[in-house]
Design a protein around this ligand. Structure first.
Ligand SMILES: [Zn+2]
Length: 452
C-alpha cells in the first residue's frame, strides 16, 4: 500500500519493489540499445543513425507514463529525447541526467562477438557502446521508468536527456540543444553523465569510485607550411614538407610543464591514503606510475599534451609541393589555455601557420549536497568504499551543458572486477560491461535520484 502523500526521501512507491523492477530490466535495455547500430558517421553533414535508438528510448519512457520531447537538429536522423520528472521542491535546481546514444565505429572482423549483437555471455553484455555509454543510458532509462510507474516524487526535478552526436562534438546533440533549446535546461543546476562512477581496486582489495569533476580543454590545430614548388631533381631551400616535418618533430620532443591541479592533487592524496603509500607532491609521476592501467588516464592530466594525428602533403614523387598540412590534437589543463597556445606557437616556430577549433577546460569542486548523495548511494551498496574526484583528459557533452552554468559530474556507477582494464574498453575491441555492474549501478542510481 502506498502512503497517502509522498515526501522527499520517502516517496510513495519508492523502495525495494521499485528498484528491483529497474534492476530486472536493465540488462535487456542495455542489450537492446547496443543492438541498434548508432555509429556516428563522423561527418556532421552526413545523415545520422540515432533516430531508431531515440525512438526506442522515447517509446520506453512513454510506456512508463512520461511526456517526451523528441527533437532533431535538422540533419536527418539525429534524434534527441528529453523528459522530466517533477520533484518535491521546485525551488531547488533540477538535476540533469544526460547520456549520448551514438557510438564510435566497430569492425566486426576484429571482435569476438558481433559488435552490434548486444549478446549476453560469460556475465557480460557485449558490444559497441557497452561502456560508452549505452550502459548508463540503460540504467537511466530503467530507473526513470521505475520512478514514473511507481509515482515517486524525487526531492528535486529530474531532467533526463538522451542525445545524439557526442562522439563527433555534439553539433546535432548537446551543443545544438544548448544553442537552440536552452529553455529545456533553464532550471538545471547540476548534471551527471559519463566517464566516472566506476570502481578501481587498489592493492589488497580496497575500492574507490572515481567521480569526474574536471576535464581538460581540447584544441584541434591545423598546421600549414608553405614553400616554393618545383622539380624534385633541383636544389630546394624551403621545402614545406621538410619544414613541417621538422616542426612536428620538435613538438613531439617537447614536454609541457607539469602542473599539479586541485582534482589531480586530491585524487593522488586519496589514493595515498587508501594504499598507505603517501603522495609526494614533489614527484607526481612516481605516484601515477603506481596506478597500473589507470596511469594512462591519470598521467595525461599532469600536463598539457599535443599529438600529431594527420599529415597531408605532396601529390607526385618528382614534385616538391608548395604547401604541407598537419593536424595536431592538443589538450590543455584548466587555467593553461593561453599559456598552451603561446608555447605551441613558440615550439612550432614562425614558419608554421596555425588555426584551430577549441573546447575550453571545465572544472567544478568536489563538494555539496549532490556529492554527499553520491557518497551515501555508493556507501549503501558498497560499504567501506571511497569516492575520489579526478580529471578526465578528454571531452564530453559536459562541456556544452557547462555553458548553461550547470555543474557537471562524471558519475555512471559501476562496480567492476579488480582485474578488468576498464579504460581500455572505451572505443576498444570487445567492449563489454559486467551484468552485475549494471545491476549494481542501477541500485546506486536509484538511491541517488531518490536522495539527491
Ligand atoms: Zn561517451
Amino acid at each position: 500500500m502506498a502512503p497517502a502523500e509522498s515526501r522527499a526521501g520517502a516517496p510513495a512507491g519508492a523502495g525495494p519493489a521499485g528498484v528491483e523492477a529497474a534492476v530486472a530490466e536493465v540488462v535487456t535495455l542495455c542489450s537492446e540499445l547496443i543492438a541498434i547500430d548508432t555509429t556516428n558517421p563522423g561527418d556532421p553533414t552526413a545523415a545520422g543513425t540515432e533516430r531508431a535508438a531515440a525512438e526506442y528510448v522515447a517509446g520506453r519512457l512513454t510506456e512508463a507514463g512520461y511526456e517526451v520531447t523528441y527533437l532533431e537538429s535538422g540533419a536527418p536522423g539525429r534524434g534527441n529525447v528529453i523528459a522530466r520528472l517533477p520533484g518535491a521542491d521546485p525551488s531547488r535546481g533540477a538535476l540533469l541526467v544526460h547520456g549520448h546514444l551514438d557510438v564510435v565505429p566497430a569492425d566486426p572482423a576484429e571482435w569476438s562477438v558481433h559488435p552490434f549483437s548486444g549478446e549476453v555471455r560469460d556475465g557480460y553484455v557485449w558490444g559497441r557502446g557497452a561502456v560508452d555509454m549505452k550502459d548508463m543510458v540503460a540504467m537511466t532509462l530503467a530507473v526513470a521508468r521505475a520512478l514514473r510507474r511507481d509515482g515517486v516524487v524525487p526531492p528535486r526535478d529530474l531532467i533526463f536527456a538522451f542525445v545524439a552526436d557526442e562522439e563527433a562534438g555534439g553539433f546535432h546533440g548537446a551543443r545544438w540543444l544548448v544553442d537552440h533549446r536552452p529553455d529545456l535546461f533553464a532550471d538545471a543546476s547540476e548534471a551527471i553523465s559519463e566517464v566516472g562512477g566506476f570502481s578501481v581496486t587498489f592493492g589488497d582489495g580496497v575500492r574507490a569510485y572515481l567521480v569526474e569533476t574536471a576535464q581538460k580543454g581540447a584544441m584541434w590545430l591545423r598546421l600549414k607550411v608553405t614553400g616554393t614548388a618545383g622539380h624534385g631533381s633541383m636544389l630546394h631551400t624551403d621545402n614545406p614538407v621538410a619544414g613541417l616535418a621538422a616542426a612536428v618533430a620538435r613538438l613531439e620532443a617537447h614536454r609541457f610543464p607539469l602542473v599539479l591541479t586541485d582534482p589531480v592533487r586530491e585524487f593522488l592524496h586519496g589514493v595515498g591514503e587508501l594504499t598507505g603509500v603517501p603522495f609526494d607532491e614533489d614527484d607526481p609521476e612516481a605516484a601515477v606510475a603506481r596506478l597500473g592501467n589507470l596511469s594512462r588516464l591519470i598521467g595525461a592530466t599532469l600536463r598539457d599534451t599535443a599529438n600529431v594525428t594527420m599529415f597531408q602533403a605532396g601529390h607526385a614523387a618528382n614534385v616538391v609541393p608548395s604547401v604541407a598540412h598537419a593536424t595536431v590534437d592538443g589538450r590543455m589543463l584548466p587555467g593553461r589555455s593561453a599559456a598552451f597556445e603561446a608555447e605551441l606557437a613558440r615550439v612550432l616556430g614562425p614558419d608554421v601557420e596555425l588555426d584551430w577549433d577549441t573546447l575550453p577546460p571545465v572544472e567544478t569542486t568536489f563538494d555539496g549536497a549532490l556529492v554527499d548523495a553520491m557518497t551515501a548511494a555508493i556507501s549503501a551498496e558498497d560499504p567501506g568504499a571511497r569516492l575520489l574526484p579526478y580529471m578526465l583528459p578528454a571531452a564530453t557533452d559536459a562541456k556544452s551543458f557547462r555553458r548553461l552554468g550547470i555543474r557537471n559530474f562524471g558519475f555512471a556507477p559501476l562496480k567492476l572486477p579488480p582485474d578488468l582494464d576498464f579504460t581500455a574498453l572505451f572505443h576498444g575491441v570487445d567492449e563489454r560491461v559486467p551484468v552485475e555492474a549494471l545491476r549494481f549501478g542501477t541500485r546506486v542510481l536509484y538511491r541517488l535520484l531518490t536522495g539527491c
